[in-house]
Design a protein around this ligand. Structure first.
Ligand code: ANZ
Ligand code: ZN
Length: 846
């Protein structure tokens, strides 16, 4: 697809081109040739390098930080990148035009599995695939021309970067926020690695789709749960600035639940068992207890005669995923443990069962079952013939007969001291009673789990810990960082074996213990790549910094990020982890804010014919091909014009041809303007000036609220008005036409930078248009200049007057009566009365 006619721009210039061409600067062409314009300006911009963020305080401009979610280097850029980066670029370019000192960096999230899988397939090193792809993407970016400060480019797989990822790990470790524990983990049998809970979608590996298994393994975790409250509470500051659905997803993921811990004595066991309940008001309705089948407690308290049945059941459960276990659709399963608990408030003896619907790692791994008011408990009770007792009268029919539990509000019954209370009061009262008697207390639980960060794969940041038989876990001393990946492993060496491929690099693994000097081994796991991406935006503030992960002073000046743009697929993981990192850095005294991203924008998806684009189904639009066919500006403009940035874009509905036509009209106007640079617009057409300034005013407001599509349509209207002014109005020599053309170039520089730059040059200005300065609307041109007033004599319209909208009745009457047409129509008839309704009507009664 590189034949020459596909490269030609769509519409050739219509006939009737202006004859001003000869006077234009050398290199600027009269005909609109997007490819030539692109090549020309890409080279010039490389020289001009206009998007550098300035660190020096002598630069007094206010700072702004525009951040795009950095790409993963899988192949070339695609339509999704094109959209996201076009949106982020509008914001950055707007800030450049507004005169801010803008930080708009780019880098690559360059560790990760695909590189490793490619290396295995090609018998090469993951770095080869990774850096080749980065080069390809960087070249495509250069052509796509986002306003990046290229000097800040970083790659998370560079030792200069991951040295600091390791440094941060060690600081987390010192604070007790990085720790190792054994336990059940998610295991992807295909990728041969553990997965974070967040990477398991519907029981399947988020990456390869394989059914995830549970394994017991010792792994590294970050203690994000210690920050659960703050992660939740600090969201208040993001309200209205982050998309609501992202905040909701984060809230649900953190999942704060409030209730009470209640202690139940188990017959024959000294220590009571604590259960967590959100409904302590239903305590009198607890008719049995359920322990998670895979909890140690179940194993411990199981009576001898039930042991065989229990063990068989437990083995069955160990093969189930958490999703399956929590499903309300599945028939309930379980075994009686042969033991009884005593309800602390009424002394009742209730049987203890084991089941899979109770999770071992939530609350205390055991529950009091209240079948009348909890559907899961009711299903279980009905299946195993356990009693159902109503303790909240909700007005609904008896759950035991309907099979429908009644979880709603109502009046407490059959519950001694709390009888007659409504639900909320009963919860408060029974919690007080339990606390007084030392039988329980108010409690909070979170759905959030600690973040499992170790991976048994090669292409990631090595965990900077050494295991010594004598000393145990020993952190690699800071002055020995980075722990570099060994470079002698490649191809088949990297094939998944269930343990990290790093273990095979014996000369790398075997080291002296930094503490005792004895023989020791490096930790062979690498970190989840989400660790790398949790702090890259700090590094951008001082990318070459060698005394720490970032220069604290620079971060203080640039951050928090003013606008973050990226996909909603990162609504939970990346954003939650980044928020967590920021809070830890705050606690370390390294940053003075607790939220990294002040504003967040999630762009929609680019789809085709109503379906997600996909290589395997061939439902695909190739970005490179679109650019080859129409040019960068058309692709950008088409993406931005198709709707609000949050909406999905169906490329089948987009008209690149229409955009190309529009841009050639813009270009043509610039070739036709003959008013000299600096001509005073106030001497030009007031009508066109009003359109120009209305456009400035409205486009500014629309860009502020991210309605780029509407802003573009305002520019289109201005282009039409300018065209009319040239063709059938005051003509190309009118200074107002120049003003309009310059306004078009500047506003358009946000959306179609190449055409804007070429127009700017045609208009006689030096590049770059990107920092020409945002125009401001003249308020006097925004007021509606005149309205039409009808003047009637004896009910017949005799004249129409153009008058100021705020004209007084007296002035209007005088103006109407002095109108020659009215005087003529009046003749010598006598005026009896003049009725004035300023500014619209004057009625003369004769
Ligand atoms: C008695 C009760 C009565 C409950 C009632 C609910 C309704 P959230 O909101 O998710 O925190 N529960 C406690 N620990 C559990 C575990 N490890 N696995 C599964 N379920 C567990 O839910 C808390 C409720 O879920 C608790 O309140 C408990 O059941 C159950 F009418 O206790 B409830
Ligand atoms: Zn040692």
């Amino acid at each position: 697809m590189t034949s020459d006619d596909t490269l030609r721009e769509a519409p050739a210039n219509p006939a009737g081109r202006s004859s001003q061409g000869g006077s234009h600067p050398a290199g600027a062409s009269d005909s609109y040739d997007p490819r030539a314009i692109q090549d020309k300006w890409q080279a010039r911009w490389d020289e001009l390098d206009p998007y550098k963020a300035v660190e020096d305080d002598a630069d007094g401009r206010e700072r702004r930080y525009a951040l795009d979610m950095f790409p993963y280097p899988s192949g070339d850029l695609h339509m999704g990148h094109a959209e996201a980066f076009a949106i982020g670029d509008v914001i950055a370019r707007y800030w450049f035009q507004k005169g801010y000192n803008v930080l708009h960096p780019i880098g690559w999230d360059s560790f990760g599995l695909p590189a490793e899988n490619a290396a295995i397939k090609r018998n090469s090193h993951p770095a080869e695939w990774t850096y080749t792809n980065i080069d390809t993407q960087a070249a495509s970016f250069q052509r796509y021309a986002p306003s990046f400060d290229w000097s800040r480019r970083l790659h998370t797989s560079d030792p200069e970067y991951y040295k600091w990822t390791q440094w941060l790990f060690l600081r987390f470790y010192e604070r007790g926020l990085a720790y190792r524990k054994g336990g059940q983990v998610n295991w992807c049998p295909n990728d041969q690695t553990v997965l974070a809970n967040e990477q398991v979608v519907g029981g399947h590996c988020e990456r390869c789709g394989a059914l995830v298994e549970r394994r017991v393994l010792t792994q590294w975790y970050f203690k994000i749960t210690e920050y659960a409250d703050r992660l939740l509470d600090d969201m208040a500051a993001l309200e209205g600035k982050w998309p609501d659905r992202v905040l909701l997803m984060q809230r649900n993921w953190i999942g704060r639940s409030t209730g009470a811990d209640v202690d139940f004595v188990i017959e024959g066991r000294d220590v009571p068992v604590t259960v967590y309940t959100t409904r302590p008001d239903t305590l009198y309705g607890a008719t049995f207890m359920v322990v998670a089948a895979d909890a140690d407690l179940a194993e411990e308290i199981c009576a001898p005669e039930q042991r065989a049945a229990f063990e068989a059941y437990r083995d069955e459960v160990s093969r189930e995923s958490e999703i399956e276990r929590l499903s309300t659709e599945r028939e309930k399963t379980g075994v009686f443990l042969g033991r009884y608990a005593i309800n602390p408030v009424n002394g009742e003896r209730i049987p203890v069962w084991a089941s899979d619907y109770v999770l071992a790692d939530y609350g205390h791994g055991a529950i009091m079952a209240v079948p009348a008011h909890d559907q899961r408990d009711l299903d279980f009770a009905l299946k195993f013939g356990l009693p159902v007792r109503v303790v909240v009268d909700t007005g609904a029919a008896d759950p035991a007969t309907t099979g429908i539990a009644t979880p709603g509000d109502g009046t407490i019954v059959n519950s001694g001291p709390i009888d007659g209370l409504p639900k909320a009061e009963a919860i408060a009262r029974i919690t007080e009673i339990l606390a007084e008697k030392g039988l329980g207390k108010a409690a909070v639980n979170f759905r959030l789990r600690d973040w499992l960060v170790s991976r048994q794969r090669f292409w990631g940041c090595p965990i900077p810990i050494i295991h010594c038989e004598a000393c145990g876990e020993v952190p690699v001393p800071d002055d020995q960082l980075p722990v570099r990946l060994p470079d002698d492993l490649r191809g088949a060496d990297l094939a998944p074996k269930g343990t990290s491929p790093l273990a095979a690099a014996t000369s790398w693994v075997n080291v002296d213990c930094p503490k005792c000097g004895g023989p020791a081994r490096r930790d062979t796991d690498t970190m989840d790549t989400f660790v790398d991406s949790s702090w890259y935006y700090f590094r951008y503030c001082s990318p070459g910094y060698t005394d720490g992960p970032f220069d604290v002073e620079q971060v203080r000046k640039w951050m928090p990020v003013d606008q973050y743009t990226g996909g909603v697929e990162h609504a939970i993981l990346h954003l939650l982890y980044s928020r967590f990192f920021t809070k830890v850095l705050y606690d370390m005294g390294m940053v003075d804010f607790t939220e990294p991203f002040t504003r967040l924008l999630n762009q929609g998806q680019v789809i085709l014919n109503g379906k997600a684009m996909s290589k395997s189904t061939g439902n695909l639009v190739d970005l490179g091909q679109q650019i080859a066919e129409y040019g960068v500006d058309v692709v950008r403009l088409a993406l931005l014009f198709s709707g609000p940035p949050e909406d999905d874009i169906d490329w089948a509905d987009v008209s690149p041809q229409g955009m190309a036509k529009f841009l050639s009209r813009v270009h043509r106007i610039a070739t036709e303007v003959t008013a000299p640079v600096g001509a005073d617009p106030s001497t030009g057409s007031a009508e066109l000036r009003r359109v120009t300034h209305h456009t400035i005013d409205e486009a500014t407001g629309l860009i502020e609220v991210r309605r780029f599509n509407v802003a573009i349509s305002r520019v289109m209207e201005l282009v039409n008005a300018t065209r009319r002014a040239i063709d059938s109005g005051p003509g190309p020599a009118d200074p107002a036409v120049r003003e309009a053309a310059e306004t078009i170039a500047i506003i358009l520089s946000l959306f179609a930078p190449y055409t804007a730059e070429e127009s700017w040059e045609l208009l006689g200005h030096p590049a770059p248009v990107a920092t020409a300065g945002w125009p401001s609307a003249d308020p006097t041109l925004l007021v509606q200049e005149s309205v039409t007033c009808v003047v009637q004599i004896a009910g017949k319209v005799r004249d129409r007057l153009e008058v100021p909208p705020d004209i007084t009745d007296t002035d209007l009457e005088a103006q109407a009566l002095s109108s020659p047409k009215i005087q003529e129509a009046l003749g010598d008839r006598k005026i009896r009365k003049v009725i004035v309704r300023a500014p619209k009507i004057v009625n003369i009664v004769v």
